[in-house]
Design a protein around this ligand. Structure first.
Ligand code: CMP
Length: 135
C-alpha cells in the first residue's frame, strides 16, 4: 500500500558553509525523496528557539538555538513513500560518530551539533515544522 508523506529537512549552517547544498539535494532526489519546496533563509535566535522548543529542557538547547541561527540554512519539504522514516534513515544517527556508512551525517557531519542536516522525527512534528517555515 502506498504511504505518501512529507517531511521537513534542513541543511544546517555547517553544510551550507561547505557548499554541500547540491550534493545533499541530489542525494535526496536519488533516494526517491522529491524536493517540493525549498528556500535558503537565515533565522533569528528567537525563531530557532521556537523551532526547537521540544528540546527546551535539554542541556544543549541554548547552544542548539545559537547554532541554527548562526548562518544561512536551506529548508526543504521532502515528499515520498514513508518520507519521515526514509529521511531519518538517509540522515543516519544524530551523532556522526555513530551514523552508518552511506548516511548523510556519516559522510558530512562534523559533530553532534554540526551534524549537517535536520529531519522531522514524526508525522505530527513534520506538519508543525513544515508549517513553521512554509505557511
Ligand atoms: P537535530 O536532528 O537537528 O535535532 C536536535 C539537535 O540537537 C540534534 O540534531 C543535534 O544536532 C543537537 N544535539 C546536541 N547535543 C545533543 C545530544 N546530546 N543529543 C541529541 N541531540 C543533540
Amino acid at each position: 500500500m502506498s504511504n505518501l508523506e512529507q517531511t521537513l529537512s534542513i541543511i544546517k549552517p555547517d553544510a551550507v558553509e561547505r557548499n554541500l547544498e547540491n550534493k545533499i539535494k541530489d542525494f535526496f532526489e536519488k533516494n526517491n525523496l522529491k524536493i517540493i519546496k525549498n528556500k535558503k533563509v537565515k533565522i533569528s535566535k528567537e525563531e530557532a528557539s521556537e523551532f526547537y522548543k521540544v528540546h527546551q529542557t535539554k542541556p544543549f538547547y541554548n547552544d542548539l538555538c545559537n547554532y541554527l541561527s548562526s548562518g544561512p540554512i536551506v529548508v526543504m519539504v521532502l515528499e515520498g513513500e514513508n518520507a519521515i522514516s526514509k529521511n531519518r534513515q538517509l540522515m543516519g544517527a544524530t551523532d556522526p560518530l555513530k551514523a552508518e556508512e552511506g548516511t548523510l551525517r556519516k559522510m558530512y557531519g562534523i559533530s553532534i551539533d554540526k551534524n549537517s542536516v535536520h529531519g522531522s522525527d514524526s508525522l505530527e512534528n513534520g506538519k508543525i515544522e513544515i508549517n513553521f517555515f512554509f505557511k
